[in-house]
Write a protein that binds this ligand. Structure first.
Ligand SMILES: *Cc1c(COP(=O)(O)O)cnc(C)c1O
Length: 477
């Protein structure tokens, strides 16, 4: 009888298929530094390879796998490449990749205690580790793993609104700096606030929220009968790594009875290093804190995290009981994470965090983060000694922004913008490095985010030297 409806491979087929997958991944890990970090392809090129009607009939499993290995994997940027400096790199680590494979292989449902006591327990244990690292209350505090920082920010804002606003939040106002990540505005809109309920506070020369302007905005809103409700502070902006004045903002939140959310999706992990934890002083005073383990805690996608001062806040916000879940209500200490966030069915994210921490030890993570911060400072020294380069924003939590600006040439800001844009374009098109621009103080600048522990000064010097060569070419044209 035809058993294809069971969607299975034989034991031998599964094994040889699986070994090939693992071999492909391991080969990628050991050769990725030599590959190009950039993959570019047009929609037309991709369509030519992939467009076809949904396949009605089976294909040979190995042929599908080979097709994917040949066409899918190389057509993606390698965000874990040591010369992938743009956006926020994803250095990842092999142990967590295998942990994800196990979690998916066993298809562990990580929503409720009854479905997997061990998955819930590992999320509780990981959360306790993180609460301690960020100096949050260890007994009352809590948190949840999410798909990423965007979902953590969204979860935080829903929680904040539930705690501080009644059903009518039409007058509630949220404050954040002009450097806040777009996911915050997105989250605010998703939960039904109007644009007029957001105050964008200007930043100073170092891209920190200006406290006086924040205070003025709050006073003005109170005077017009609006309800200041929440401040979102940056613990490491994505652009420059800047940390807002957290202690001062904490004080304002306390006096004004506002919710204090910190978006540490980029920089939170710097707590692992001495320098970073100094820069992040005050982070422990937040009501809610987003961190993003799939960035600077070296986890593969998707893994974000929200920490809160009181675990109870999450339960108050998200418990909703359908009748088919009533049989599995257990002891309240046995947490059902579907009660702490938006997702019911959840993948087992805690496993990769747990296994990589156990395997490498926190000390290795501390060294990696400290290395990243120091190498960015070394790059700053290098650039400051050069007659071609201008540092636009100092190395801060492993991010540095700079532009090509030769001393001997008298170029206007506009010419410098065009020049730096063109340098980035050529470097990326050469596929040697992924180095794109951002805009700071209306200037086009090159931005390096150096959170890959395998990036060395050799890689960086090669990239800088390619930039200089392209710059000379452009200036000669
Ligand atoms: C990356 C980032 C986010 C969004 O996180 P995702 O994991 O991409 O959803 C939010 N805030 C900051 C500061 C970030 O750097």
């Amino acid at each position: 009888m035809d058993q294809s409806h069971e969607l299975e491979l034989s034991k031998e087929e599964m094994k040889s298929y699986g070994y090939r997958v693992i071999d492909t991944i391991v080969e990628h890990f050991v050769t990725q530094n030599e590959k190009s970090p950039v993959a570019m392809a047009s929609r037309k090129e991709m369509d030519a390879i992939f467009q076809e009607p949904i396949p009605e009939f089976p294909s040979d499993p190995k042929e599908v796998l080979d097709f994917v290995t040949k066409n899918v994997l190389p057509n993606s940027n390698i965000v874990s490449h040591p010369k992938s400096y743009s956006f926020v790199p994803g250095p990842s680590n092999y142990v967590s990749v295998m942990a994800d494979t196990l979690a998916t292989g066993f298809n562990i449902f990580s929503g409720g205690w009854a479905a997997s006591p061990a998955a819930a327990e590992l999320e509780i244990v990981s959360m306790n580790w993180l609460l301690k690292l960020f100096k949050f209350p260890s007994k009352k505090g809590g948190g949840i793993f999410t798909s990423g920082g965007s979902m953590a920010n969204l979860t935080a804002l829903v929680t904040a609104r539930r705690q501080l606003c009644g059903d009518d939040f039409s007058k509630a106002i949220i404050y954040m700096s002009d450097q806040a990540h777009s996911s915050n505005v997105k989250a605010i809109r998703v939960i039904g606030f109007k644009k007029e309920q957001i105050r964008i506070i200007p930043t100073d020369g170092e891209f920190k929220m200006v406290i006086n302007k924040l205070k003025n905005a709050i006073s003005r809103d109170r005077l017009t009968d609006l309800q200041p409700f929440c401040i979102i502070a940056n613990a490491g902006t994505t652009n420059t790594g800047t940390v807002d004045p957290l202690e001062q903002i904490a004080e304002i939140c306390k006096n004004e009875k506002l919710w204090f959310h910190i978006d540490g999706a980029y920089g939170g992990a710097a707590m692992l290093s001495k320098k970073g934890s100094k820069a992040l002083k005050g982070i422990e005073k937040a009501d809610s804190l987003t961190i993003d383990p799939h960035k600077w805690l070296f986890q593969p996608y998707e893994m974000g995290c929200l920490l809160v001062r009181k675990s109870k806040w999450l339960r108050d916000t998200f418990v909703e009981k359908p009748e088919y879940l009533r049989d599995i209500e257990g002891n309240p200490s046995e947490i059902n994470f579907y009660d702490h966030g938006i997702q019911l069915t959840r993948r087992f994210r805690a496993l990769k965090f747990y296994m990589s921490m156990k395997t490498f030890g926190l000390e290795a993570f501390r060294k990696a983060v400290s290395y990243n911060i120091e190498i960015a400072e070394e790059v700053e020294c290098l650039l400051r000694k050069s007659k071609q380069w201008e540092v636009v924003s100092s190395a801060t939590l492993a991010i540095i922004n700079f532009r090509y600006h030769p001393l001997h040439l008298d170029l206007s800001d506009e010419q410098l913008d065009t020049l730096n844009q063109e340098i980035s374009k050529r470097v990326v098109e050469s596929e040697e490095s992924l180095l794109v621009t951002t805009v700071l103080n209306k200037q086009v600048v090159l931005r390096m985010c150096l959170i890959n522990p395998r990036t060395t000064m050799v890689h960086i010097k090669e990239t800088i030297s390619s930039c200089e060569n392209f710059a000379k070419q452009i200036l000669e044209e």
